[in-house]
Ligand binder design. Structure first.
Ligand SMILES: Nc1ncnc2c1ncn2[C@@H]1O[C@H](COP(=O)(O)OP(=O)(O)OP(=O)(O)O)[C@@H](O)[C@H]1O
Ligand SMILES: [Mg+2]
Length: 212
């Protein structure tokens, strides 16, 4: 199965979510690969520092649309879960990522600036529907704090859009910043709340994939 993580906005948590989901799935016993499509290669760097004693996650870089389409089949044959860590650049690559995913996760931070960027994403999403009618896309609220009124308002505003929102959300947690530079996921770290929320997210994603 292919899990695409995409957004046209930079720094919304695409790589963080890709890595943390990959770690959860690897601990569940799945053979996991991440395809890093961003030229800044965050997940590739993350892979480079990952301890070899930890469950293995293969990370490869493919930064061109046709190359992604051509190579993904072979990668899919060798792995149970393939996570595509998206690029924020507006390109053909983003359309390809939208088309390939068995589930497409669109991280969004509940701030005004990120909501405006969502409009641009929705335009691109509409165009991609010419190539694939039903795109199984879901927003994922990242750095979400239910106690902040603006965050709740933005969550409500998302209901108006065509893309559904996942029930799981991620809070702003130092653990995510820390594990990222250790080549780990929150599942492997000392913050039980972060571990719980990424596990919940991984399970929700699995449930959706099973229901397809
Ligand atoms: N829930 C979170 N809590 C705390 N820090 C977070 C959280 N999510 C992401 N971050 C931090 O925010 C920064 C940007 O996240 P990340 O690199 O995952 O975004 P991205 O969408 O992949 O960015 P880019 O578009 O540049 O590839 C990173 O330093 C990451 O550690
Ligand atoms: Mg990234």
């Amino acid at each position: 199965m292919i899990i695409s993580i995409t957004s046209l906005k930079g720094g919304v948590g695409k790589s963080t979510i890709s890595q943390n989901l990959a770690v959860c799935f690897a601990h569940m016993g799945y053979r996991v690969a991440i395809i890093d499509t961003d030229t800044n290669a965050s997940s590739i760097h993350w892979s480079g520092i990952r301890d070899e004693e930890l469950p293995k996650i293969t990370v490869v870089g493919i930064t061109e649309s046709n190359a992604l389409r051509k190579n993904i089949k072979e990668i899919q044959e060798n792995y149970d879960v393939v996570i595509i860590d998206g690029t924020p650049s507006l390109s053909k690559l983003v359309s390809t990522i939208l088309i390939l995913g068995d589930i497409v996760i669109v991280p969004i931070r509940p701030s005004g600036l990120d909501i405006w960027a969502t409009e641009k994403f929705m335009e691109h999403f509409e165009q991609a529907k010419a190539l694939r009618e039903e795109i199984p896309a879901y927003f994922l609220l990242n750095e979400f704090n239910p106690k902040i009124k603006l965050n709740q308002e933005i969550k409500k505003a998302l209901v108006e859009l065509e893309i559904k929102t996942l029930e799981s959300s991620l809070r702003h947690r130092i653990a995510y910043e820390e594990v990222c530079v250790m080549g780990k996921g929150a599942y492997e770290y000392r913050d039980p709340k972060a571990k719980r929320e990424v596990t919940q997210l991984a399970n929700e994603v699995l449930e959706i994939l099973k229901s397809l």
